[in-house]
Write a protein that binds this ligand. Structure first.
Ligand SMILES: [Zn+2]
Length: 109
């Protein structure tokens, strides 16, 4: 069997419930995580399952650092620290979230 570190990465398009992603997302940079739920910064990434402040359960992780040419390397580093989380493309997430925000806005008019 191949070790996790030897695996290749393939981006797969998947149908998602954007609300579920928003509620279980961890934002991260190279070193630390940020909980969008309670705005706690500086979370240690290694095996992070829950926000220590608000108990948000993390299922997804995204990072601005994974944009551009180095994305595969960056995602692989996150995969090693957080093998239980699904990596979400940052731009995809932003696009969907803002589309959703706009839809909510119109609903309330
Ligand atoms: Zn939190």
């Amino acid at each position: 069997m191949r070790e996790a570190g030897d695996m290749d990465l393939l981006r797969i398009w998947q149908e998602v419930d954007i609300k579920d992603v928003q509620e279980h997302l961890l934002m991260a940079d190279d070193l630390f995580g940020f909980c969008p739920g309670c705005k706690t910064p500086g979370l240690k990434l290694q095996d992070l399952h829950k926000c220590p402040t608000c108990s948000r359960e993390f299922k997804y992780v995204t990072s601005k650092d994974a944009r551009g040419g180095k994305s595969a390397e960056v995602v692989m580093r996150f995969k090693k620290k957080l093998p239980h989380l699904t990596f979400v493309d940052y731009d995809d997430y932003e696009r969907l979230s803002s589309k959703n925000k706009a839809a909510d806005l119109f609903k309330n008019m």
